[in-house]
Design a protein around this ligand. Structure first.
Ligand code: NAP
Ligand code: ZN
Length: 352
């Protein structure tokens, strides 16, 4: 067993603080890596504060973090894709059963035996898995991705969750040139969605509650920006969208967006509001619209997304912070005040 430095929360109300955790010695199919950067996802905040207590109650201490980029420090004897010194990345998943139809189809994220990167039972050491707010991690090779060499590492880390979570539904629902695509909420996920929709050639419209984000939205690749609190601006887009991706982290009026869909249009929810979102079914009945959800993406698709980012020069816009600022970052995330993802420089853990 190896000791790792980490930041953990010990309860839903306590701030994250420095601690030491155990990591397993790499098994033959494991990759051990030094973590260089880890993004801060709003899911980390939901989980640390036990906001999803119904679906996924938090086990404390909780070490969050599932947007991990690092350098390989050791590999097991059966590892083929990685050698010591390689760049590597880990997202939201660290294991699955590998045998079910979902795994065989490349949808590990839907496997009944899925193991998430943190707060999931750890079959190796007991207790729960610990995430990337740490200086090292050991993960089964199959769940480790290659990082294209031309990507900025601090900006690449958020691709492992914010990136794949927005890329996957866009590919599934056929976002391409000639389509009109809406992105609701300009945060970590939303700003990646804008970059992907733009790179895929769609006419991209951002819906934001924050007027001051308008210029950024246009710079990120949006063709139009709508202030969602303005009913007149919303009404201009009624019945016109092929696809809308909603990344809002809290309760909001979903029906306002369903009504913006064209015939056969789809609204996919990726935001994970702890509160249920009431849906008025008549909005779906007329125009045969659909409302669906999506969660991250499979391992092969995550690698495809990283390679797409390499080709299109896409990374996340990040505010790089030392780990000591993580609690401040959580507070700002609560207020939708991030441009547009925090990425923790893990070298800062060395001074703990
Ligand atoms: P984030 O950076 O905080 O962005 C969320 C954005 O939603 C905010 O910037 C804000 O954008 C908007 N917003 C927040 N509260 C709102 C409210 N009450 N009403 C209307 N708009 C509001 O969060 P994130 O990291 O992108 O994550 C977003 C959500 O996706 C979280 O719930 C997270 O848990 C979830 N998530 C899901 C998956 C998945 O696989 N499905 C993966 C990762 C994260 P504006 O200022 O532009 O309005
Ligand atoms: Zn996430």
């Amino acid at each position: 067993m190896v000791k790792a430095r980490a930041y953990a929360a010990t309860s839903a109300t306590s701030p994250l603080a420095s601690t030491t955790i155990a990591r397993r010695d790499p098994n033959e199919d494991d990759v051990q890596m030094e973590i260089l950067f880890c993004g801060i996802c709003h899911s980390d905040l939901h989980q640390v504060r036990n906001e999803w207590s119904g679906m996924m109650p938090t086990v404390y201490p909780c070490v969050p973090g599932h947007e991990i980029v690092g350098r390989v420090t050791k590999v097991g004897s059966a590892v083929k894709k990685f050698k010591v010194g390689d760049l590597a990345a880990v997202g939201c998943m660290v294991d699955s059963d590998g045998a079910c139809p979902e795994c065989k189809a490349g949808f590990e994220q839907f496997c009944p035996g899925l193991v998430l990167t943190y707060n999931f039972p750890d079959k190796h050491l007991g207790g729960v898995t610990y995430g990337g707010y740490s200086d090292s991690i050991v993960v089964k090779e199959q769940f480790v991705m290659r990082v294209p060499g031309n990507l900025d590492l601090a900006g690449a880390a958020p691709l492992l969750c914010a990136g794949i979570t927005t890329y996957s539904p866009m590919r599934h629902w056929g976002v391409t040139k000639g389509k009109k695509v809406g992105v609701v909420g300009l945060g970590g996920l939303g700003h990646m969605a804008v970059k992907f929709a733009h790179a895929l050639g769609a006419h991209t419209v951002v819906f934001t509650t924050t007027a001051s984000k308008k210029d950024d939205a246009l710079r990120l690749g949006a063709d139009e920006v709508v202030l969602s609190k303005d009913a007149n601006q919303m009404a201009k887009h009624a019945g016109s969208f092929d696809f809308i991706l909603d990344s809002v982290s809290a309760l909001h009026d979903i029906n306002a967006y369903i009504n913006l869909l064209a015939r056969d249009g789809n609204l996919t929810m990726v935001g994970a509001s702890p509160d249920p979102l009431p849906v008025a079914v008549f909005g779906l009945l007329f125009r045969r619209r659909s409302f669906s959800g999506s969660i991250i993406g499979g391992i092969a698709e995550t690698q495809e997304m990283l390679d797409f980012c390499s080709q299109h020069n896409v990374t996340s816009d990040v505010e790089v912070i030392p780990i000591q600022k993580v609690n401040e970052a959580f507070e700002r995330l609560m207020k939708s005040d991030v441009k547009y993802r925090f990425s923790i420089d893990m070298a800062s853990l060395k001074s703990e």
